[in-house]
Ligand binder design. Sequence first.
Ligand SMILES: [Fe+2]
Length: 264
Amino acid sequence: MKINLDNKMVRFLVQEYVNQICNYSTDNDLNYNTYKLIHTFQVVEMAQILIDKTRPALSEKMKKHILDAALLHDLGRCHEFKNGKRLKVDHGKIGAKLIKKNFPQMKTEALATLFHNKLPSRKDPQSCQPVLDYVRDADMLANLKYQSDDANMWLVRILDSEDKSFLTPVIDKEIFNAVKENRPVKCNKIKTRNLLTMWLWELCWFFNLRTTVGINYAKKEKIFIKFKKVIMKKIVPLTTLKPRKQKELTQQIQTAFPDSLFLK
Ligand SMILES: [Fe+2]
């Protein structure tokens, strides 16, 4: 990955993040902002992959909108921490506001940023399509791909976490309901926010994918199957030391999420 600071949007984004990183209060916000900055460029890379694989090819204007929106979509993330504490804020809204203020001509990118972190619905503004769909898909696929590829780095971050109740061997019912009904997870129906549930929630992102190219790429690269294996091999053992419980959990996951589900 190589970052080119000649581009004024890249400069603005990097400056916003580096200012937060240099003024960190705790390891949590230092790690979070550093990771989110790296994640941003991984999403840009993924968006480029999806653009390159789209046939018939997208117009040059549309490609630029998608790449710029991918670059700016998590601009609001670096304002989620204050004095080391994570705030309950909508990073899509914060990012859109910053884009409107600093790049007023980028209306499509601001709108895509505002909606990228909400579930796809009929309320999605059509004026920023297909940019919004590409950014959402690139965002999910980049997250899953790099979390699978760098699972050990992720585990260090998790084990460093002070909240040990996060490591409970329980899967929220909404995960099973969503996969049974072949639909995205409904955020307000999740009652147990633990590590296992959160990673399985990401596995359900398969039902959130919107672009044909994103769906085909996920199948060809086995993105979701690889991610499921990481959950079974690395996340499940973190939640319980009991071999019987581990076996029961992996069987539950395997039954609910057979490989064939992600190849349909
Ligand atoms: Fe993102």
